[in-house]
Design a protein around this ligand. Sequence first.
Ligand SMILES: [Zn+2]
Ligand SMILES: [Zn+2]
Length: 334
Amino acid sequence: MRVATWRGGSEFTVDTVDDPSPGTGQVVIKVHSSGICGTDIHKTQGLFPGVPPEVLGHEFVGPIVELGDGVDSSMLGKMVGCTLVAACGECVSCKTWSGMHCEREPRLAGGFAEYVLIDQRQAHIVPDGLDPETASMTEPAACVISCLNMLGDIEEGCDALVVGGGLLGLFTVGMLRLRGAGRIILSEPNPKRLAMGRQFGADVLNDPTKDDLGELVNDLTGGWGVKIGAEAVGVPQLVANVSKMVRPRGNLVLVGVSPVGSPLPIDLYDIHYKEITISGAYGAGDAFAEALEALLRLKLEGVVSGRFPLEAIQEAFAASAGGEGVKYMIAPND
Ligand SMILES: [Zn+2]
Ligand SMILES: [Zn+2]
């Protein structure tokens, strides 16, 4: 089969390797769509840990085309979305933390390839009515849901701010809307992304290069700030900015992934005085199944900005890193 191997920096090669063959409890997926994640981009920019050579891509979906021993024969042909690890459900991390932190099971991904070998416990059947390309966005949707699950119940009708209108920011807007937030403000400099905030349920759109976000939040909230302030970019200074717009007893939510080693550029006295809770969540947590259902309730038209063959992966990464669109797909079998 053909795979796109990341060679370091922005360099990829398309290589022919042996077809995967499933062991006990494993299945082979024929990749229909494989989304380029912000963390994939960040790896190529040295902002997220990664050691080349590696076949990247962990947001993939496709039909199961081969079964290993011990897998129910009814799984053959099923369209599935996949978590990154097969949570054993028995280790301390699985029990007390999340399946993403399973101590026993290896990460099986590598979606920028014609086929991917996974453990059957990673596979989640795509519900009727959800097309495969959309279903490939389950992992990022689960990341957002996992972040919001940290907050517990969301206060009905509360004000919320989302900074960043990439896919994670838009999903954050959409999930806050589904969970009963009141007025939702989206701040994003790219006009196309910003406009898309409306279809996810944003009430107020802010282009921070034109209008001061702090003033806007002050005006709208009578100077109190928002109950929930989410940063969905992964830039520490933006996290600091959002922290200033969170009301007393509010939540500062880290949806974006800041680079490893980022210090917290926040006045900690502020956090103490305003009694703010800061939370983040790693990856999809245990929210994958919940995310598959949630995707059926979001309006996702126009979110996929481009679909590229394996051979054009460098071009696809460049387009994705350029930030013009929202989500870019690699389609190894089109
Ligand atoms: Zn991802
Ligand atoms: Zn485990």
